[in-house]
Design a binder for this molecule. Structure first.
Ligand code: NDP
Length: 285
């Protein structure tokens, strides 16, 4: 039901038609009896400032921001959390007391999805493949969680170097990150406890795995793909063939949404309800 008290939450991105966020949040509003609705808006970059100020003026509770607006959303906010600053991007905006507050819950969502799968990051060596926005949130989260070492492998090495410089300005953190080319990973793979695909390679069903040779990967390693559809990417299929446990990106998507509620409403969203709604939405596509 919608009435004059109904609170608005929004997704701002372009495109947004592929997003499972409305299904997750609206199912969670219904399950918890919260009087709110979540709507997705396709917004161009030049209209993003007006869209954000418009939501603030309308008294919206909050918004999620997705590709390609996460960096610009951070710059447009009045305040931001430390984790949003460190990741250089905002996936959550909260509208409070006439102010726009930017946060980033992708990193904590990633941590929580691993925890749910029985994997802790503390003292582990993590291999992150990719150096885009998602990789940045993951690297920040791994530093924050006390990873022993992070190998950052990317097709374009300069982009990985830049990521390391921005996400780890302190020497102590920077020393925990080692950058290498994806084509020449050196000894990185043989030291990895957790191997993560944070590239966009795998989004299409016929995409190959960014990691071609799995022979050096230890038998105890866990393989994680941030992509949530398709459910089993070529990267995860190769890991399964190698006998490794795998984690896909659905949990990260669910938990970033659950933590968005913490920013908007002061309490964590119901992750179980959100996960079921996401699964139903994926099945219906
Ligand atoms: P970006 O476009 O910012 O970065 C893409 C990355 O993929 C770059 O490192 C790029 O390398 C690499 N890449 C692209 N094509 C290839 C290729 N053919 N071979 C090797 N590397 C390649 O994307 P994002 O960081 O925003 O997103 C990455 C993935 O994470 C997406 O698939 C997205 O769906 C997923 N994601 C999942 C979330 C979740 O909640 N589960 C949240 C956010 C993202 P280079 O620098 O050399 O171009």
């Amino acid at each position: 039901m919608v009435d004059p008290e109904t609170k608005l939450c929004a997704l701002l991105g372009n495109p947004v038609s592929h997003s499972g966020s409305p299904a997750m949040h609206n199912a969670a509003f219904q399950a918890t009896g919260r009087n709110a609705k979540y709507l997705a808006f396709a917004v161009t970059a030049d209209q993003l400032p007006a869209a954000i100020r418009g939501l603030l003026a309308l008294g919206a509770a909050g918004a999620n921001v997705t590709v390609p607006h996460k960096e610009q959303a951070l710059r447009l906010a009045d305040q931001s959390t430390e984790r949003a600053q460190k990741t250089g991007a905002a996936n959550v905006l909260t509208f409070r007391d006439g102010q726009v507050i930017a946060d980033n819950t992708d990193g904590i969502g990633f941590v929580q999805s691993l925890r749910e799968a029985g994997t802790e990051i503390r003292d582990r060596t993590v291999v992150v493949i990719g150096a885009g926005g998602a990789a940045r949130a993951v690297v920040w989260a791994c530093l924050d969680q006390g990873a022993r070492r992070i190998f950052l492998l990317n097709r374009t090495v300069e982009r990985a170097q830049e990521l390391a410089r921005v996400v780890a300005p302190d020497t102590e953190d920077r020393d925990r990150i080692q950058v290498a080319s994806l084509a020449e990973p050196g000894t990185a793979l043989s030291q990895g406890d957790i191997i993560i695909n944070a590239t966009s390679l795998g989004l299409r069903a016929d995409d190959p795995s960014p990691l071609r040779d799995w022979t050096a990967v230890p038998d105890h390693a866990v393989a994680v793909d941030l992509i949530y559809a398709p459910h089993v990417t070529a990267f995860l299929a190769a890991a399964q063939e190698r006998g490794l446990p795998t984690v896909d990106g659905q949990g990260m998507l669910v938990w970033q949404a659950a933590y968005s509620w913490q920013a908007w409403f002061g309490e964590l969203g119901p992750a179980g309800v959100m996960a079921a709604a996401l699964q139903a939405w994926l099945n219906s596509r």
